[in-house]
Design a protein around this ligand. Sequence first.
Ligand SMILES: Nc1ncnc2c1ncn2[C@@H]1O[C@H](COP(=O)(O)OP(=O)(O)OP(=O)(O)O)[C@@H](O)[C@H]1O
Ligand SMILES: [Mg+2]
Length: 343
Amino acid sequence: MKIAQKTYVMLGVIIDVTTLILLLLVLISPENLVVAEGLLIFDIVMFVTFLLSIKRSLDPLKTMNDAIDRIKNGIYGERIEFSSKDEMGDLAKSINSLSSTIQRKEEEAKKVEIAKDEFLAMITHELKTPLVPIQGYSDILLGEHLGPLNKNQKERIEVIKSSASSLLQLISDLLDAQKMELGQLRVKKSRHNLRQTAENTMVVMQPLAAGESISLNQNIKRDLYANYDDDRITQVITNLVKNALKATSAKTGMIEVSAAEGPDEVTVSVADNGKGIPADSKEKIFKKFYQVDTSSTRESSGSGLGLSICKGIVEAHGGRIWVESEIEKGSTFYFTLPKNNKG
Ligand SMILES: Nc1ncnc2c1ncn2[C@@H]1O[C@H](COP(=O)(O)OP(=O)(O)OP(=O)(O)O)[C@@H](O)[C@H]1O
Ligand SMILES: [Mg+2]
């Protein structure tokens, strides 16, 4: 700014002095008109130069303003190609170093985040290993291969076994959630029949429903083929049915798994006549760890990971998942799978 300021002062003084001389000349004698005209032209040229130099001195300001806007929008690391020995030059240097510092910090934060996720993925994987013998030996003991057990002993070992499988489920869910976070959730797509996949899920879930006298039906009447990862889609339907079981009441509960075929995609739905979901939670339930009822007295267990994993799996197939629900009437979860989804 120092140099620019000097230029403006100099130009201003020249314009003022020449205007003064011009006025004097005209006042002293009208014969000096030719000289006065010359001075007037000189004055105009100086004035235009004055305006142009002001404009030019504002150009770097605009560049810097644009650069700050880009930083505000999260574009870091860009350099302003401007150098001068005045305050403008200093400002450009400061913006450049601010931008590169933010970029460096952001990269560091990303690296820490990835390292944290990888560590968690590794730990959860390691946690699974000791659970295998706990489950295995529980089975051996319950099968009385190592000697007979009394009623009390059997009950306690049943508790050990079911706690171990709950823990295993939680660890698997955490592992899946971590994989999703790291973008490592792989789906192996091949051609499968949705009717068959739903049927297989039913076989596993029927005893749970029957235990509470909840009616669980599969209403896919014909073969419906699409490209998907059978294990992962089984996991999605299982999660949705498990949620429906938790939301419905014993004896009156009704759950139905259906599917509809569109031109480009198939839509699978899991409907229940359970307690329903409040309107303001319909989006949130697909987020990690979100549960509608977090009070300590809530009957249903779970960690709030199921639906976020369903969403991750469905989206990895190029599909969508959503819910329609009415409080005290029930909920229907829908998810789509593109029909011509190769790879
Ligand atoms: N069919 C449903 N009816 C009513 N509420 C539901 C239904 N499905 C899900 N919800 C609500 O959405 C929440 C999130 O579901 P999600 O499956 O992600 O977690 P969770 O079932 O609580 O635990 P997890 O599945 O990890 O064992 C549930 O806690 C419940 O409040
Ligand atoms: Mg669930």
